[in-house]
Write a protein that binds this ligand. Sequence first.
Ligand code: ADP
Ligand code: MG
Length: 142
Amino acid sequence: MVIETRNAYETFEVGKKIGEKAHPGQVYTLTGDLGVGKTVLTQGVAKGLGIEEPVSSPTFTIIQEYESGRLPFYHFDVYRIGDIEEMEEIGYDDYFFGKGICLIEWANLIEEILPDKRISIIIEKNLEKGFDYRRITIEALE
Ligand code: ADP
Ligand code: MG
């Protein structure tokens, strides 16, 4: 599925719908350049799950956990990861194969440990269509 957005609010709304429909145990991967809107979409997912506290990218930790929504929400940002070992250290598989919702910003950096069954979200710009245009491709992988 491809969705085009024209501002941050529309991307937030895409995330919100995902959060509203999310099922226990789902893993979402988010791929796209810096500043493309991964965190904006994540904030929408959190909202859709009923999380009211502010969600920002976990800068000094790989993962931020939110327990106040409809389902546990595990927000990963692996942008600064040095080695896949760091994922082992936090016990990532308890999250990936648990009952909550995982969302991983920069998932392409940890490709080798991603579960086969996941939902891929790719966000891309196209400057020919304007500075705030984003193309969001959502695909369920098995
Ligand atoms: P990332 O997490 O991918 O590095 P952020 O979500 O932190 O990116 O930032 C995206 C920035 O782009 C925000 O400043 C946001 O306001 C802006 N923006 C402009 N247009 C859009 C759009 N269509 N969708 C999402 N963000 C947009
Ligand atoms: Mg981000």
